[in-house]
Ligand binder design. Structure first.
Ligand SMILES: [Ca+2]
Length: 274
């Protein structure tokens, strides 16, 4: 288990071998030391069903031949996670730019791989600039950790990201530790409802009640809601009835290896949007 100080930052001992230099950069990122393995990305669309547009693509890590994520993540260690997190952002942006992605780009990140938010964001900003990808089209999504200190640290990172102009999203909201407490102190731009809340929602009064309540809270707080893991047309129309128009899941598209989706090629359900 990672040691943390009371601020939720990694304990100094954890990065003593690569503490901040006088120039303020963490040499773990600045040294240009190679990661030692390669990876690529698949992109899954998040659709806006009311506009019949693609709202964003979530970048999902894959092997260079499209191998599943675990084959890559198995190579991430305590030693290289800082470099890996940085490399992920750069690669996700570079590949999206190469694909001429016109939608937003949502990047998963690891809050515990951030040393200092304002320093660790530099290579991301450089990649966005170098590849001409507007930062206001980049979403950073992550799951909330299990401890109070995790939420505090995540809030700090997200505040800095919002200040710079990125969009922020809490992933898997409603599962595990991602909950209402965080929203009380910090409002991300977006929450992504966990797929266990979405599964068969058309047949579950309790899921409908929970999602309706969450949507009400989010409307009041100015937070957009994405439903993840939408697989059936009935789930889709139940979610529309609950006022959700941002949807992600196999009903629309699986993640596509090194490719973007086109809105006019997606299987839009026949029902008219609400
Ligand atoms: Ca995610």
């Amino acid at each position: 288990m990672t040691q943390r100080n009371t601020d939720g930052n990694p304990a100094p001992s954890e990065y003593s071998c690569h503490s901040a230099s006088e120039h303020g950069a963490c040499p773990s990122c600045a040294s240009g030391e190679r990661l030692g393995f390669r990876f690529s990305y698949a992109y899954q669309p998040i659709v806006d069903i009311s506009r019949r547009e693609i709202f964003a693509h979530e970048a999902l890590v894959r092997g260079v031949q499209g191998e599943p994520a675990p084959s890559v993540l198995a190579r991430v260690t305590e030693e290289n996670r800082f470099r890996f997190d940085q490399a992920c952002r750069v690669k996700a942006i570079k590949t999206a730019a190469k694909l001429n992605m016109q939608s937003r780009l949502s990047i998963n990140f690891m809050p515990n791989a951030i040393y200092r938010p304002e320093l660790c964001i530099r290579s991301t900003l450089e990649a966005a600039r170098a590849h001409n990808f507007p930062i206001e089209r980049i979403i950073f999504e992550t799951v909330e950790g299990e401890r109070v200190s995790d939420a505090k640290w995540l809030t700090e990172v997200f505040r800095e990201y919002q200040r710079i102009g990125f969009l922020t999203a809490i992933d898997d909201f409603g599962a595990g530790f991602a909950g209402l407490n965080l929203l009380a102190d910090f409002q991300p731009d977006i929450i992504k409802l966990d797929m266990d809340l979405i599964r068969s929602i058309d047949q579950s009064r309790s899921r409908q009640a929970i999602v309706r309540g969450t949507v009400g809270i989010c409307n009041e707080l100015g937070i957009q809601v994405i439903a993840e893991g939408v697989e059936t047309a009935d789930e889709c129309s139940a979610l529309q009835d609950l006022g959700i128009s941002l949807l992600q899941g196999y009903l629309f598209s699986k993640p596509m290896f090194e490719a973007c989706s086109e809105a006019n090629a997606l299987p839009w359900p026949n029902a008219l949007p609400h």
